[in-house]
Write a protein that binds this ligand. Structure first.
Ligand SMILES: C[S@@+](CC[C@H](N)C(=O)[O-])C[C@H]1O[C@@H](n2cnc3c(N)ncnc32)[C@H](O)[C@@H]1O
Length: 308
C-alpha cells in the first residue's frame, strides 16, 4: 500500500483534509479535547484486552506452575489462568445469603462464576462499554453504573456480605474506597482484594503503595485476616506479553517505519518526531510488562480483609 501512495499524493491528501471547510477548526478543537478524556468511563485499553482474551476477565490470571516459560503458554492457558484466579477469589467468598459486590466487575467473568455457585453478585463499573455488555449478557442481575467513589452509599448501607476488588483497587482513590467499603459492607462482612502494590521504588506508578495501604486499612478500621503473595503466579502472563512485545511489536514497528522512511521520505520527515515519541511510548509500555522490573517494584497480593 505504501508503494502505491506517492509522496506528493499523500502530502496533498493531508493538506486537503486540513483546509477543507470547517476541518481546521475541528482539528484545533480535537487537539484541545484529547486531555479531557475520562478514562474510567471509556477505557480503550481494557476494551482491547477484552477483545484479545474473550473469556470475560481483565486481570493477570494465576498460573499454578510459575516456572512455565512464555514460549509454551497458549491463549488457552492464559484464559485458564484467568479462570483459576477467579476461582481462588471465589473460594474465599463464604456468604451466600447476602449480596456480593464486585467492584470494577469488568466483563463479568467473576459474576458468572459467582452466579453458577449460588452467590448473589452485584456488579459495579463506571465503564460504558462494560455496562452495555453486562446488561445484555446478564439482564437479570443488579448492576451499578458508577465510579465506586461516587456510589450511592445511602441506598446500600450495610447491604453487602462480601465486597470484592479483583484488580480494581489500583484504579480507586484509596481513602474513598476504604470509607465506602466500610459503609456498604456489614459488620461481619468480608472484603476480598486481589491486586498489585508498589513496594519500594517502582518503575511505574500504578498500584497503591503497600505500606500506605496497610496503614490506611488500620486507620479505616480494617484488618487483614489472610494474605498470599501470588506474584510468582501472575508473572507468566507478564512474561508472555513481554515476549510478544519484544518479538513482534518492536520488530513490526521498526519494519513499518523503516519502510515508510524508504518509500515516503517526505512523510517520514514530517512524522519523524511523532515516530520517535511513539517509539519511547512503546518501550515504556513494554517495560510495564517486563516481569523482572515488575517483581523488583511490585507485589501481587490476594487478601482477605475484615472490619476490626
Ligand atoms: C483490570 S479491570 C478488572 C476487571 C475485573 N474485576 C476482572 O477481574 O476481570 C479494572 C476494572 O475496574 C474498573 N474501574 C476503573 N476505575 C474505576 C472506579 N473509579 N470505580 C469502579 N471501577 C473502576 C474498570 O472499568 C474495570 O472494570
Amino acid at each position: 500500500m505504501l508503494t502505491k501512495l506517492s509522496n506528493k499524493r499523500a502530502f496533498k491528501q493531508v493538506l486537503a483534509k486540513l483546509i477543507a471547510p470547517g476541518n481546521f477548526f475541528r482539528f484545533l478543537r480535537l487537539l484541545r479535547t484529547t486531555n479531557r478524556y475520562r478514562r474510567a468511563y471509556d477505557d480503550a485499553q481494557l476494551k482491547l484486552y477484552s477483545q484479545l482474551l474473550p473469556g470475560d476477565f481483565l486481570h493477570y490470571g494465576y498460573f499454578d506452575d510459575p516456572a512455565i516459560v512464555p514460549e509454551k503458554i497458549s491463549l488457552h492457558d492464559l484464559q485458564r489462568a484467568q479462570v483459576r484466579y477467579a476461582e481462588l477469589i471465589m473460594q474465599k467468598t463464604v456468604d451466600k445469603d447476602l449480596p456480593v459486590l464486585d467492584v470494577g466487575c469488568g466483563m463479568g467473568g467473576l459474576i458468572n462464576l459467582l452466579l453458577q455457585n449460588g452467590f448473589l453478585p452485584v456488579g459495579l463499573t463506571p465503564d460504558r462499554f462494560q455496562i452495555q455488555y453486562l446488561k445484555e449478557k446478564y439482564p437479570n442481575i443488579s448492576l451499578i453504573h458508577s465510579k465506586f467513589e461516587k456510589m450511592d452509599v445511602e441506598s446500600y448501607k450495610n447491604y453487602f456480605g462480601t465486597v470484592i476488588t479483583s484488580e480494581s483497587l489500583q484504579y480507586l482513590n484509596l481513602d474513598e474506597a476504604i470509607s465506602t467499603i466500610r459503609q456498604v459492607m456489614t459488620s461481619a462482612g468480608r472484603w476480598i482484594a486481589a491486586d498489585y502494590f508498589r513496594v519500594g521504588d517502582a518503575f511505574e506508578k500504578s498500584g497503591h503503595n503497600w505500606e500506605l495501604f496497610e496503614r490506611k486499612l488500620r486507620e479505616g478500621g480494617f484488618k487483614i485476616i489472610s494474605q498470599q503473595d501470588i506474584t510468582p503466579n501472575v508473572l507468566p502472563t507478564l512474561s508472555y506479553a513481554y515476549m510478544w512485545g519484544e518479538r513482534l511489536v518492536v520488530p513490526l514497528f521498526e519494519f513499518l517505519t523503516g519502510k515508510l522512511q524508504k518509500k515516503q521520505p517526505a512523510i517520514f520527515f514530517l512524522l519523524e518526531e511523532i515516530i520517535e515519541a511513539l517509539e519511547v511510548s512503546m518501550a515504556d509500555h513494554i517495560n510495564v510488562v517486563d516481569p523482572q522490573i515488575f517483581a523488583q517494584g511490585k507485589k501481587y497480593m490476594l487478601l482477605v480483609i475484615e472490619k476490626s
